[in-house]
Design a protein around this ligand. Structure first.
Ligand code: ASP
Length: 447
């Protein structure tokens, strides 16, 4: 038994049909370390296609309302049978489908229904690969409230894989201590992969998807942006907060705590190296690319509460009173840069729904400002990069880029970690701001 292990997780588009599964299998077989495989349910084969998970949710909904769902289940069955035929394996899922129908009729539970997509795909994949099958319900343990019990899970996985050379473990679900099937939130197979990587003490967690890694900027805004070759967990979190997403947020912790890197790879282009997600103490000296910044991401939908009051800085407890008003109105703040007589608090515009007028009235009463206004239509943009800390002039360059484009910077906030600079601009300026920063830091550093 090879002692070094990689855990490989394949997303729904990587396993959407027989041809995709063949690609995934070729990838698995190309490296003897790829011994533990976590599949998603078959995803979309084309844009308008429906994911198996969504088809299962609607079966469950119908079952719950007493509506006949036999046609729906047949469609799902047809898809799996198409895959089985395309792979040329000798496997029947008839019994499994009978059980699913019986269960859904008896007690239509959403999580159970959805979990069957991964369960059945795991069966197919293990048959095709000739790998052992482990039901995730036997090893992934949740408490009765649905919170993952990581220690118990790790223990169960280690016990279960003893003596096994390989295994396919379906993603997305597990079972509560009371025996009820429970799923993670959508996209949760990423989390299963991360947990399994932790449990088997993997060298690497490979997450195979349909893109060649994280991009420096959103490709809908910047044409053909570079792929980020290496990113730290912290940088990733900053970018994910601004809406850049490839990986489920909860997939970070289990591998991060065990010091296991994640490699995002493309099933359709296995020759691409993808993105490595690593811890902060990773040895970056081997890296060939040395851009100052790692990524740029932006998000619309913010508002700033601007407060002005003469001598605000010397008024004891001013900030506290402001924050108390926000707290009392259930509004949490994202950023709060302040001047001597001014304070501007950035909040999610949606969080003001229903409390806007009261919030204004409360602030007027509590802090008696000279001027108070709420400005909507703000976008926040994060420029993230671990190298900014040791590079001078980053903020100056951001400002120069904005000035050239005649973009008004409404807010700036540099985290104390110097890992990111956040700027606030008008929503309509966001795409251009991202393009200018990309040019300034990526294109010009290439020349
Ligand atoms: N199949 C599930 C979903 O569609 C989980 C996953 O793919 O990770 O959300």
């Amino acid at each position: 038994m090879a002692d070094k292990v990689k855990v490989v997780k394949f997303g729904g588009s990587s396993l959407a049909d027989a041809d995709q599964i063949k690609k995934a299998a070729a990838i698995i077989k190309a490296d003897p370390m790829r011994r533990f495989v976590v599949p998603s349910a078959p995803g979309k084969r084309f844009k308008e296609d429906i994911k198996i998970t969504d088809m299962l949710y609607s079966c469950c909904e119908k079952a719950g309302s007493g509506i006949d769902f036999s046609e729906d289940i047949q469609k799902i069955k047809d898809r799996y049978n198409g895959i089985i035929e395309g792979l040329g394996i000798d496997l029947s899922l008839d019994e499994e489908f009978d059980t699913i129908v019986r269960e859904l009729k008896a007690r239509p539970a959403k999580d159970y229904a959805a979990s069957r997509g991964e369960y059945l795909n795991g069966k197919v994949l293990s048959a095709y690969l000739g790998y052992n099958f482990i039901d995730a319900a036997d090893v992934i343990v949740f408490d009765t409230k649905g919170t993952l019990l990581l220690d118990k899970t790790v223990e169960a996985v280690r016990e279960r894989i003893k003596g096994l050379d390989n295994a396919v473990i379906p993603g997305f679900y597990g079972r509560t201590t009371e025996g009820i099937v429970k799923t993670f939130s959508r996209g949760g197979s990423d989390v299963t992969g991360s947990i399994i990587a932790n449990a088997v003490r993997a060298e690497l967690y490979e997450n195979w998807t349909d893109v060649s890694g994280f991009l420096v900027a959103d490709p809908r805004i910047v044409e053909d942006p570079d792929v980020i070759s290496t990113i730290t967990y912290r940088e990733l979190r900053e970018l994910a907060y601004m809406g850049a997403s490839v990986l489920h947020e909860d997939a970070i912790f289990p591998v991060r705590s065990a010091g296991i890197p994640i490699n995002i790879r493309n099933t359709n282009r296995p020759e691409d190296e993808g993105t490595m997600i690593v811890s902060n103490d990773y040895d970056f000296s081997k890296e060939s690319l040395h851009h100052t910044i790692t990524g740029i991401a932006g998000r619309k939908g913010f508002s700033t509460i601007n407060i002005e009051k003469a001598m605000m800085n010397s008024e004891l407890g001013f900030g506290m009173k402001v924050l108390k008003v926000l707290y009392d109105n259930g509004v949490s703040f994202e950023h709060m840069p302040s001047g001597i007589d001014t304070m501007s608090i950035t909040v999610d515009t949606e969080s003001l729904n229903g409390v806007r007028e009261k919030l204004i009235a409360d602030l007027r009463r509590e802090v008696e400002p000279d001027h108070l206004e709420i400005e909507d239509g703000i976008a926040l943009l994060a420029v993230v990069g671990r190298r900014m800390k040791n590079t001078r002039g980053t903020v100056a360059r951001i400002f120069a880029a904005m000035a050239h484009a005649r973009i008004n910077v409404k807010m700036i906030d540099q985290g104390s970690s110097e890992l990111n600079v956040i700027i606030g601009v008008s929503e309509h300026d966001l795409p251009e701001a991202i393009r200018r920063i990309y040019d300034m830091f990526i294109n010009s550093e290439k020349n």
